[in-house]
Design a protein around this ligand. Structure first.
Ligand code: E85
Length: 232
């Protein structure tokens, strides 16, 4: 997160860190007691190492009550996600057990009503991604408020020239922005998850390249279908 601030500890109890070898890789959101929503692109950096999910954390390094590293039972990248583009860049992670909810570990509701978030709406994104262009990593969860940009504006030539489909949305990126390591985290508008951070152009903090987020409502049926079919 560029130009954000440290969150009040455990005020976003749905935030998780996807980790490989004890290192933060991507953000994610707990959307049920055994399920995390993140981005399919995050699997590109996993290789054959073990992916784990850190829940209940504020600091990545310090011991904290209710902070736990949980194993993964199964991974469900969206079948149409691809390394080549931003399409369908969603990942459902089934945890190896149902996590006990408590003040530091809570599921986040996601939007099922498929209507665009109005341009100008102030949303927020949180994460343990880099906090400077030099790649400085935070130890504690950061967050930033970002205004939604209309798809029409985001599709102009100066921005993404028509690449923003109805399954994507954009936010401003002038200085304040999501960045490397924030991918997979939720874009929360009025307390509900409306989007998931997409890596997109990889550029951070440049107003010409707004942040791109995978909209969640178009995938609500897919999420439910995975839940219904998965082994408990
Ligand atoms: N704001 C969009 C967004 C969301 C999520 C991730 C990303 N960026 C990145 N995702 N993956 C990356 N691998 C290497 N470099 C990256 N960005 C980068 C790194 C240093 C300076 C800088 O200005 C940008 C990214 C960008």
């Amino acid at each position: 997160i560029l130009r954000g601030q440290e969150t009040p500890p455990h005020q976003r109890p749905y935030m998780v860190s996807l980790q490989v070898g004890g290192k933060h890789l991507c953000g994610g959101a707990l959307i049920a007691d055994q399920w995390v929503l993140s981005a399919a692109h995050c699997l590109e950096e996993v290789g054959n190492e073990t992916l784990q999910v850190l829940v209940g954390a504020h600091s990545l390094s310090e011991a904290e009550p209710n902070k736990r590293l949980v194993g993964v039972r199964a991974l469900f990248p969206h079948p149409n996600s691809s390394v080549e583009n931003n399409h369908d860049d969603l990942l459902l992670v089934q945890l190896e057990e149902r996590v006990a909810t408590n003040p530091h570990v809570q599921a986040l509701a996601f939007q099922r009503n498929d209507r665009d978030v109005p341009a100008g709406t102030q949303c927020e994104v949180a994460g343990w991604g880099i906090i400077s262009n030099t790649g400085k990593l935070p130890d504690k969860l950061q967050y930033v408020e970002l205004a939604v940009i209309s798809r029409t504006i985001c599709n102009t030539r100066i921005h993404y020239d028509g690449a923003i489909t109805e399954k994507l949305m954009c936010t401003e990126s002038k200085k304040k922005d999501s960045c490397k390591g924030d991918s997979g985290g939720p874009l929360v508008c009025n307390g509900v998850a409306e989007g998931v951070v997409a890596t997109g152009s990889r550029v951070c903090g440049n107003w010409k390249k707004p942040g791109i987020y995978t909209r969640i409502p178009p995938y609500a049926a897919w999420i439910t279908s995975i839940w219904d079919a998965a082994r408990p």
